[in-house]
Design a protein around this ligand. Structure first.
Ligand SMILES: Cc1ncc(COP(=O)(O)O)c(C=O)c1O
Length: 439
């Protein structure tokens, strides 16, 4: 018996243990989907949004951070649910506009903005920005003056300290993100703006991917305290305090979105003490999320291209890798990925319930198609017997999937992106990269 013999695998399948349950958030694989393919289910986006809103204090604004997944169908559904858009590049701005988000609902953030990026955003009608430095304020003021408009900005703050329990801490160390809280407190006049760009709020984003409620409460509580101190130091009314987020989500493995049942009550009390006008939007309180809103809507489908023994280890080569998922994995930023086996052949609804074998064959090295040893999702994956043509699925890849990857390296086609709504396919397309003449 070899692990490349389809007949043997089918027999093993017929004697198999119960079929794996469909992925809870994403359901069965749409029939006729070619691989590699991302499948995003809008019903899962709606459900994540309802969950996140239920954990937030009211009233509050929720921004969707497009960096997690700028697919227009995803952005559009979140906007229709009431989210504003947080964008950090001309590409994300274009994606938000394409999705139907009006410029008045867009916040343009990011630590490095080119003059032409600001000019493009202003021309598109964006009037809300976040800035990260004294230079950034002057740059925005000059851009607004050239455009003949007045704009407001949120001043991003880099407080001292940091958040415990965070997947990725964003502040407290030397960083591109934000101005030092101490400098703002001691020299507020440096940060209040010029004639065309005036401070209208504060922007905090202390950490991401905090799954523990107490740790998230501490992080957001720290943000509230920093905002309170700086609000006093600035000494003028501010329109918005954007407390950021840090809401966690499973990444490329089975798992549920975390629950934060006590967060709203804890934050409400804290906000009442620190920013007493917040219930009357004076200032309005805002939050941002990318991964919580989209992680569980997505799955990545991939086929096995080759299986071989290499110096005593089984090596499985897939039709996708760090070019489509886990570019950050290639950079050793995420743990090993272990896909589920969906079935040996097609991807119709019947196949979605099939599995190829029950017996693990021993760990396999799981590689993508790129010509670099970095294109390895796992050095030791507990895969059963699989063969070329088999279909695998990586769950919970709706956030930081395709758009956090090394898509141009080696020039493989981008994966298909299929959008479903409760399992029904509503859209299917593919990004293409086109070389065009530059100025
Ligand atoms: C300013 C800002 N907003 C929002 C996000 C989105 O984070 P997440 O996807 O973890 O919600 C990030 C992530 O780094 C960020 O830096």
């Amino acid at each position: 018996m070899t692990d490349t013999d389809p007949r043997t695998r089918s027999e093993a399948a017929s004697a198999a243990a119960p079929a794996p349950a469909p992925h809870p958030a994403t359901g069965p694989v749409p029939a006729g989907t070619s691989t590699p393919a991302y499948v995003y289910d809008l019903a899962a986006v709606r459900s994540a949004h309802a969950r996140l809103r239920s954990w937030l204090p009211e009233p509050s604004t929720l921004y969707y951070s497009l960096k997690a997944n700028p697919h227009p169908a995803v952005v559009s559904v979140l906007h229709r649910l009431g989210c504003r858009a947080e964008v950090s590049s001309p590409g994300e701005l274009g994606a938000a506009l394409e999705a139907g988000v009006p410029a008045s609902d867009i916040l343009y953030t990011g630590p490095g903005k080119r003059d032409e990026d600001l000019a493009g955003a202003l021309a598109a009608g964006v009037r809300d920005f976040a800035v990260d430095s004294v230079h950034g304020i002057g740059q925005l003021d000059r851009a607004a003056a050239r455009h003949g408009v007045r704009v407001g900005y949120l001043l991003r703050v880099n407080p001292g300290g940091g958040s415990r329990g965070a997947g990725l801490r964003m502040t407290g160390d030397p960083s591109a993100f934000g101005a030092d809280a101490e400098d703002i407190r001691d020299h507020p006049e440096r940060y209040t703006g010029g004639e065309h760009a005036r401070i209208e709020g504060l922007h905090l984003y202390l950490a991401t991917n905090i799954t523990d409620e107490a740790a998230l409460g501490d992080s957001l509580g720290e943000a509230i305290e920093v905002a309170r101190t700086l609000y006093e130091a600035i000494g003028r009314p501010l329109r918005t305090i954007d407390l950021g987020g840090g809401f966690g989500a499973p990444y490329a493995r089975e798992g549920e979105l975390p629950a934060y049942p006590g967060l709203a009550a804890r934050m409400t009390g804290h906000l009442d003490r620190a920013l007493p006008g917040w219930r009357q939007h004076a200032p309005a309180v805002a939050f941002e999320s990318g991964r919580y809103l989209t992680a569980t809507c997505g799955q990545l489908l991939t086929r096995v291209l080759d299986v071989k023994e290499s110096h005593g280890q089984r090596v499985v080569v897939l039709d996708t890798g760090i070019n489509h998922l886990g570019g950050m994995a290639g950079l050793r930023r995420v743990p090993p990925l272990h896909p589920d086996v969906v079935g040996p052949e097609g991807v119709g609804p019947d196949d979605a319930d099939r599995t190829t074998a029950t017996e693990p064959l021993g760990p396999a090295m799981l590689c993508g198609p790129l010509c670099t040893p970095l294109d390895t999702w796992a050095r030791s994956s507990p895969l059963p017997a699989i063969a070329p043509g088999d279909l695998l699925r990586v769950p919970n890849t709706g956030a930081y999937g395709l758009h956090a990857s090394l898509v141009l390296f080696l020039g493989h086609p981008a994966p298909l992106e299929v959008v479903t709504d409760g399992g029904r396919v509503v859209r299917s397309d593919r990004l293409t990269f086109v070389r065009s003449a530059g100025p």
